[in-house]
Ligand binder design. Structure first.
Ligand code: MN
Length: 191
């Protein structure tokens, strides 16, 4: 199977000021493109060639895991946004957030804090377990909660390439901006 870079469901200039067109062009158009190209090269003639990407993430190690997971993580991240995003989740996800974090406001603060605290590159995740309970998971580098048997719902990329052009070293500011473009309908559909 050959992977390609999916077209984003919004214009590259439509998420500013949370994410600029320049960051989309580099982060999605170049960084994510490179992970997908590397993945295509690395799966050739391996047992993973015809496996679903999620299965590669669960079982592969080394460069194949890194590139497969980065390819998946970025699509998951960039397909969480909408120029009309923001606000709060509703329905069962909203109830689960209140149950497990006390309030949506408290969840956002814990999520930002977890993301800001990751040393070096990584991803902060909201994931649910098989019983529907929510957890905030901090992962280094290409880490993905699929490897822990959890279902990812939301992620913020904390690699410097995600925010440096727009926010320089201010990672926490960059993460706080992302709430305004989260499409909660998409996040709820993953729950
Ligand atoms: Mn990234």
């Amino acid at each position: 199977m050959t992977y390609s870079l999916p077209k984003l469901p919004y214009e590259a200039n439509s998420l500013a000021p949370a994410i600029s067109e320049r960051t989309i062009d580099f982060h999605y158009g170049k960084h994510e493109k490179a992970y997908i190209d590397n993945l295509n090269t690395l799966i050739k003639n391996t047992e993973f060639e015809d496996e679903p990407l999620e299965e590669i993430i669960r079982r592969a190690e080394g460069p194949l895991f890194n590139n497969a997971s980065q390819a998946w993580n970025h699509i998951f991240y960039f397909f969480s946004f909408s120029p009309d995003g923001g606000g709060e989740p509703t329905g069962e996800l909203a109830e689960a957030i209140r149950r497990d974090f006390g309030s949506f406001k408290n969840f956002k603060e814990e999520f930002e804090k977890a993301g800001a605290s990751i040393f070096g590159s990584g991803w902060v995740w909201l994931a649910r377990d098989d019983y529907g309970y929510l957890q905030i998971i901090s992962e280094s580098n290409a880490g993905n909660p699929l490897r822990m048997g959890l279902t990812p719902l939301l992620t913020f990329d904390v690699w410097e390439h995600a925010y440096y052009l727009d926010h320089q070293n201010r990672r926490l500011d960059a993460l706080r901006h992302l709430w305004s473009i989260i499409d909660w309908d998409i996040i709820e559909s993953r729950f």
